[in-house]
Design a protein around this ligand. Structure first.
Ligand SMILES: O=C(O)CCC(=O)C(=O)O
Ligand SMILES: [Fe+2]
Length: 351
């Protein structure tokens, strides 16, 4: 058997149990009313409350009849398989490095343990503007540029087309979330004008020690929303809020998994929660997934929305700069560090 590098080993308390718990609990939400030419107020109110309840109870839900044509998804899943099947040398031609955090990468660390996966990242806006450094006083900015591989030749176009479709879905869900918070549907849209959103292709190879390692260690997504396509191999687990148990998210053909990220948790002043999740790997099956991280402009100051703050419900967070937060995260997951990673609870008010 192949020896697994101990850099991948989880501490005993974080190792996955190989007995997997399935739960019907992660809500499945049908978005078909949004595809109709006119929606009744009742139907809209029902949908808004379903999304609101799921965002409160789970921080996760799946959506069907979401309006993203299935061809786009089939094409990206196929091109992702083709890319990761290439020889390592070929993939390394578009390798991420200390300077450019976009491209191919197989050494990501989450919570300072190496993930059993390889990824390919690119941003929606090309270039994407972010701060030049995580230092709070450094005002300099820089441009991130995508590096697409020559092979497979269709990868760029397939990825860009898919992303445009997913963006439409992001704005639909953002609108529903906004309505659920009692705000106008387009209240949050402007934050995404100069977005720092990016798409990731994930490949979790077969692993000889699925009991010791994780594809991605437990973490919360730092952005606003994540929209994930997973293949038919289960692996994503969500930490159930009621008891902290890890629950497997069942693959449903053509459904997208949506989760609330840290930014919506802060905007909603903790009404909605960004929940811990992680990815298990298998000894006999590889797995592919495609998350889209919907992130605002780098200059966004993230803080509870002023409409939601009053004397009874005071702000629970100090404002933080998204670009600096993002730059710090991008910097720290490149290598193993001996300090805790930056988290939103570092901006929590001490009452
Ligand atoms: O592959 C998955 O199912 C989830 C991946 C994930 O949570 C992430 O990349 O942030
Ligand atoms: Fe995640």
């Amino acid at each position: 058997m192949v020896e697994v590098d101990p850099a991948f080993f989880q501490d005993p308390e974080h190792r996955p149990k190989l007995v997997r718990i399935e739960d019907e609990g992660i809500p499945l939400i049908d978005l078909s009313v949004l595809n109709q030419s006119s929606v009744s107020q009742d139907d809209m109110a029902r949908l808004v409350s379903e999304i609101g309840d799921a965002s409160q109870k789970w921080g996760f839900f799946q959506v069907i009849n979401h309006g993203v044509p299935s061809e786009y998804r089939e094409r990206i899943e196929l091109v992702s398989r083709k890319f990761f099947a290439l020889p390592k040398d070929e993939k390394l031609k578009v390798r991420r490095d200390e300077v450019n955090p976009l491209g191919y990468y197989d050494t990501e660390h989450t919570k300072n343990v190496r993930d059993w996966k390889e990824v390919f990242d690119f941003t929606v806006d090309n270039p994407t503007i972010i701060p030049a450094s995580p230092e709070p006083d450094d005002q300099e900015i820089r441009e991130l540029r995508n590096q697409f591989p020559q092979n497979p030749p269709e990868l760029r176009e397939v990825c860009e087309e898919y992303t445009q479709e997913i963006l439409k879905l992001c704005f639909k869900i953002l609108g529903l979330i906004s309505l659920g918070l009692g705000l106008p549907k387009n209240r949050l849209d402007d934050y995404f004008k100069d977005q720092t959103s990016f798409l990731r292709l994930n490949h979790y190879p077969v692993c000889p020690s699925p009991d010791l390692v994780l594809g991605v260690s437990r973490h919360k997504d730092a952005g606003a929303l994540t929209i994930l396509a997973q293949d038919d191999v289960a692996g994503l687990q969500v930490k159930r809020k009621t008891d902290g148990e890890w629950i497997l998210v069942k693959p449903i053909p053509d459904a997208f998994i949506v989760n609330i990220g840290d930014i919506i948790q802060v905007w909603s002043n903790d009404k909605y929660e960004s929940v811990d999740h992680r990815v298990m790997v298998n000894s006999d099956k590889e797995r592919f997934s495609v998350p889209f991280f919907f992130n605002p402009a780098h200059y966004t100051w993230v803080q509870p929305l002023e409409e939601l703050i009053n004397e009874e419900s005071p702000s629970k967070y100090k404002a933080y700069n998204w670009g600096k937060f993002f730059a710090t995260k991008k910097h720290s997951n490149f290598k193993k560090l001996n300090v805790e990673n930056l988290q939103i609870n570092h901006f929590k008010m001490k009452n």
